[in-house]
Design a protein around this ligand. Structure first.
Ligand code: EPZ
Length: 423
């Protein structure tokens, strides 16, 4: 197991950083490649992340050709001919996001078997909205031995109101509806940029989807889909992570090709704190002097609210801003574990159910810390950059799921950081 060692103190990040394709876009896009019964699908700007390899293996397990050309950041998929309809447990159990292959396999084959995803450290992660929606479209769902089996000769278009704008459930149901008989309307749908990216690919494949990015999706079923080409949208969470890293280190960093529209709530909060945010060269430049930043209150919400995937990183910024900041996590029930670790670095914080009070401005002290999930890993590394002394972050399997060359990019910007193999 590797660990990251950060020498903190007076890190000041400067320069420019390139952002990869979005993890949370490419995973459903790979699931969508199951749908076409003829032609090949080429995805470009694919990030080299462990989750991508896992999803590639899930799709390969359906007897579908998947070729990942890392040198070109491209994946070529050929799902023509007959495909299998049982997603392999060994891969699905590794990554709960694999559940979004359920809708495509069912729509394509009329039968699908996918293992029930487990929970994770940030929450129980139920899939009731996925299953309720598929049942509303006429599927018969059974759960036996940890597997979900879904059967439907042909799904039927219907109107679905989602109790919660679940990203994964919206993706599963949108993909399933592309081949249904009739029109499916999904109300209270998720509006994330990754939903829009998925609808873009599906429409290139011959689907008929309207309203992506709004709370109402209208999908008119078609007989079949064909291969297509698509560039994966930029990762707004990686971009946001580097924006926060620049702000908390008195930095001056250009995040290349950052998309303002995809990070409006984060940018609004940074500006409210007193961070300088400049649109420049098609990207966003972040400059800050932490001594002049003001504490803020943040509440995570489904898009277009403040993203829960930026919550941990933003609390690391709150830690360096003098005064009382408040973070309210409304999306997941257990996503403050990074704050428990930051307490080991001297952070003063109180956590009461969904609310964390961060008493910022005290100098953090370097310490060995454990990461519990992907975004917590990034947050602890950022905290290590501003702490006095040495911080070591273990369990990097979480980090590698969602960040490509994270420590190299930070080192290029001026951080004193390295990755070593743990004995
Ligand atoms: C996606 O997860 C992302 N993952 C998550 O990113 C992200 O945090 C989340 O959306 C919210 O934006 C991928 O895209 C691969 P949800 P997903 O369904 O689809 C409840 C990261 O760090 N819910 O929108 O699983 C659920 O319990 C990861 O990159 C139900 O109750 O998220 C949670 O409280 C972490 N029933 C809330 O909705 C359901 O059937 C949000 O879940 C489904 C969800």
């Amino acid at each position: 197991m590797d660990k990251i060692i950060v020498e903190g103190g007076n890190t000041r990040l400067q320069g420019e950083v390139v952002i990869e394709g979005a993890k949370n876009a490419v995973l459903p896009l790979l699931a969508a490649t199951i749908l076409p019964k003829e032609g090949q699908t080429r995805l470009r700007n694919v990030p080299i992340l462990s989750d991508v390899y896992t999803m590639n293996n899930v799709v390969r397990g359906l007897d579908i050709d998947v070729d990942f050309d890392e040198a070109k950041n491209e994946v070529l998929v050929d799902a023509s001919g007959n495909i299998l309809d049982v997603a392999p447990y060994e891969y699905v159990s590794q990554m709960r996001a694999s559940i979004v292959v359920l809708g495509p396999i069912l729509a394509r084959n009329g039968h699908a078997q996918v293992s029930m995803p487990g929970g994770c450290t940030i929450g129980s992660r139920p899939i009731d909205l996925h299953l309720k929606g598929l049942e509303a479209m006429g599927a018969t769902i059974t759960q036996t031995g940890g597997d979900i089996t879904a059967v439907a000769d042909r799904l039927k278009g219907t109107k679905i109101y989602m109790d919660f704008p679940s990203v994964g459930a919206t993706q599963n149901l949108m993909m399933a509806a592309t081949l249904a008989d009739g029109v499916t309307v999904i109300e209270n749908a998720a509006r994330e940029p990754e939903i829009v990216d998925l609808a873009l690919l599906l429409n290139k494949m011959g689907a008929d989807i309207k309203g992506a990015g709004t709370e109402t999706l209208t999908i008119t079923g078609v007989e079949s889909l064909h291969g297509a080409e698509h560039d994966v949208v930029q990762d707004r969470i990686e971009a946001g992570t580097f924006m926060v890293a620049a702000a908390m280190t008195n930095g001056d960093v250009l995040i290349k090709d950052a998309i303002w529209e995809h990070n409006r709530p984060l940018l609004a909060k940074l500006i409210e704190m007193g961070v300088e945010v400049i649109e420049e060269d098609g990207g966003i430049r972040i400059k800050a002097n932490t001594a002049s930043l003001k504490p803020v209150t943040v509440k995570t919400l489904p898009y277009p609210g403040f993203p829960t995937d930026m919550q941990a990183q933003f609390t690391a910024l709150m830690a360096v801003v003098k005064g009382e900041s408040t973070m309210v996590e409304t999306v997941f029930e257990n996503r403050f574990q990074h704050l428990e670790e930051m307490r080991r670095m001297g952070l003063h914080t109180e956590i009461l159910r969904d609310t964390a009070m961060v008493h910022g401005g005290q100098k953090l002290q370097g310490a060995p810390v454990m990461s519990t999930d992907l975004r917590a890993s990034a947050a602890l590394i950022l905290a290590g950059m501003v702490a006095e002394g040495t911080t070591t972050v273990g369990k990097l399997t979480h980090l590698d799921r969602g960040y490509y060359q994270f420590h190299e990019k930070l080192a290029k910007l001026g951080a004193n950081i390295k990755r070593v193999s743990e004995a």
